[in-house]
Design a binder for this molecule. Structure first.
Ligand code: FES
Length: 161
């Protein structure tokens, strides 16, 4: 496993110090770390454990219980494909399959080159635009097939390369 860089470790220690004397500090710390780093590294769970006295196993339990936390680093670009009913009946599963093939990222994980993460999501509340895909927070509605997104995805890939 790759070691965390000094900047990320400093950030984790700042967050831990900022929240350690508050009520319910574990979730506050996890939220800030997830927001900044995009995931919860093991080092963060250790630092939280040291500061709060909670066992690492208990903190890991919190991380895995709540879907907003993940222990897997996200790719540089995050693609969400809605698999809610309205999107599904309009072909979002085929779009998802096409994006998996295009990016090399499996569903709910990150491509080996670290460029893309693909998440299958539930209804995102934009059913009128079904099927809906979001790429780095930009929503694409009425996506007819993965072909509509190829140019965007390839340009992101080229940007990073
Ligand atoms: S089902 Fe996809 S936005 Fe509602």
């Amino acid at each position: 496993m790759e070691k965390l860089n000094a900047k990320s470790l400093d950030f984790i220690h700042d967050v831990v110090n900022r929240h350690k004397d508050k009520m319910g500090p574990v979730k506050l710390m996890l939220h800030d770390i997830q927001d900044e780093l995009g995931y919860i590294p093991f080092e963060a769970m250790e630092a939280i454990s040291d500061a709060t006295g909670e066992p690492v196993a208990k903190i890991y339990g919190v991380v895995t219980f709540y879907t907003q936390f993940t222990t897997m680093p996200k790719g540089q670009h995050v693609i969400n494909v809605c698999l809610g009913t309205a999107c599904y009946v309009k072909g979002s599963q085929q779009i998802l399959d096409g994006l998996v093939e295009l990016t090399g990222a499996k569903v709910n994980s990150t491509s080996a080159d670290g460029i893309f993460s693909i998440d299958a999501t539930r209804c995102v509340g934009a059913c009128g635009l079904a099927p809906v895909v979001s790429i780095d927070g930009t929503v694409y509605g009425n996506v007819k097939s993965v072909d509509d997104l190829i140019e965007t995805v390839l340009s992101l890939k080229k940007e990073v390369a």
